[in-house]
Write a protein that binds this ligand. Structure first.
Ligand code: 13P
Ligand code: 13P
Ligand code: MG
Ligand code: MG
Ligand code: MG
Length: 379
């Protein structure tokens, strides 16, 4: 019998500004999910990373199920009511549609879901982020599932030695490609090193096609023809027995990497791994944050969580991330702190620049070069 894990997230308001989703909102979500236990879902856990609420649910209804997605939508709507009552910042921010229609994809919330037959023991890690976007997972997922210097199991475990298959989405042209590692590793890197266009969506074990990882990539896509911005993402990764060990799943975050997001969704910043209590980004609205929650799935129930980045073993990563933050913050509005225009979340910069449009005048001499100026230059 198959179990589905659905992680559905949304930002429906912050206290204050974009810092955290307060307890009141989490409680509103919890009371909606609690009523659905046994009716729709088997078990749930609600958490936050910054101003994003993450609903972690287990059930038997498969991926993209209308009831499960509708339940999450209702939970976020209830939380939005509270957010509006309290006049929280950005109340209802991620509920882009006025009403639910079958599936939350394209309506604003982010979704990571996977269906599997529960193993004898089924450890999973749920990652929740704030102040970044789904491409934040490109680099760590590559390390987890393709880099033997990160994941010893790629070398030691006979069921991993044939490698993993990466499903990469072109989020601009809405298409996908499957690439097999290790053989096609360099081509994979050629794609996923480019955060403007490519995001890892899923990873499968090649030996038997088992699902290994999934990332929410909804909002990074152009919804209704318009780029609606980044989405603070979530991901699910299965661990142990033919998948990377839990420690191998976490290891990429021990050396923080730069991700797009942070202030106004418009800056590069280090992704800092933190425990749940420290998922409260405030410095320059960040730095970007990631939480890792470990569960043992047991007959569809979610045993846990174990707040994995609370480990002192990640203290140094946090220190390094803060140092990286200081270094890149020095650049202020200059690249490479500031994102290229195509990657900025808010498209208000063109409006600022519009005022200057009439003040630009052609550069003298440039016409000459364009109209065979070379000959004239010879004289
Ligand atoms: P233990 O010896 O603590 O069970 O750990 C085994 C292991 O494989 C750790 O990665
Ligand atoms: P969120 O994506 O977390 O809502 O943050 C947006 C922002 O503008 C932060 O400065
Ligand atoms: Mg927000
Ligand atoms: Mg957020
Ligand atoms: Mg965001």
């Amino acid at each position: 019998e198959k179990i589905t894990i659905s992680v559905i997230k949304a930002d429906v308001g912050g206290l204050c500004g974009h810092t955290i989703a307060p307890d009141e909102l989490l409680e509103a979500c919890e009371s909606v999910l609690e009523k659905a236990v046994d009716e729709i879902i088997l078990d749930y856990y609600v958490t936050r990373c910054g101003d994003d609420i993450d609903l972690i649910m287990s059930h038997k209804l498969g991926c993209d199920n209308e009831k499960v997605h509708g339940l999450a939508w209702n939970a976020f709507e209830e939380a939005t009511k509270v957010a509006k009552e309290l006049k929280l910042y950005g109340a209802g921010q991620d509920l882009l549609a006025d009403s639910f229609s079958g599936n939350v994809r394209g309506l604003g919330p982010g979704v990571a879901e996977m269906e599997f037959v529960e193993r004898k023991s089924e450890p999973i890690v749920v990652f929740c982020c704030d102040k970044t976007d789904p491409t934040a997972f490109n680099y760590p997922l590559f390390k987890m599932f393709a880099d033997p210097f990160n994941t010893a199991g790629l070398v030691f475990d006979p069921s991993m030695i044939s490698g993993f298959r990466f499903e990469v989405h072109d989020v601009i042209e809405h298409k996908k490609v499957l690439l097999d590692c290790p053989e096609e590793m360099y081509m994979l890197l050629a794609l996923i090193g480019d955060y403007e266009k490519y995001a890892i969506k899923r990873i499968y074990r090649r030996k038997d096609g088992e699902i290994a990882a999934v990332v929410s990539t909804e909002k990074i896509n152009f919804i209704a023809g318009e780029y609606v911005g980044k989405d603070d993402p979530v991901a699910i990764v299965r661990a142990q027995s033919g998948f990377p060990a839990v420690g191998e799943v976490l290891e990429p975050f021990a050396n923080p990497h730069f991700v797009p997001g942070w202030m106004r969704g418009s800056h590069w910043g280090p992704l800092m791994p933190v425990g749940e209590d420290d998922a409260i980004p405030t410095r320059f609205d960040g730095p970007p944050r990631i939480v890792a929650l470990g569960f043992q799935v047991c007959n569809g129930m979610l045993i846990g969580p174990n707040d994995l980045f609370a480990d002192k073993g990640f203290d140094k990563a946090r220190e390094k991330a803060l140092e990286m933050a200081d270094i890149i913050r020095r650049m202020g509005p200059f690249q490479p702190h500031r994102l290229p225009a195509t990657m900025m979340e808010y498209t208000t910069v063109p409006k600022v620049l519009k005022a200057l449009e009439d003040r630009f005048i052609p550069l003298e001499g440039l016409e000459l070069i364009e109209e065979g100026g070379k000959e004239e230059k010879k004289e």
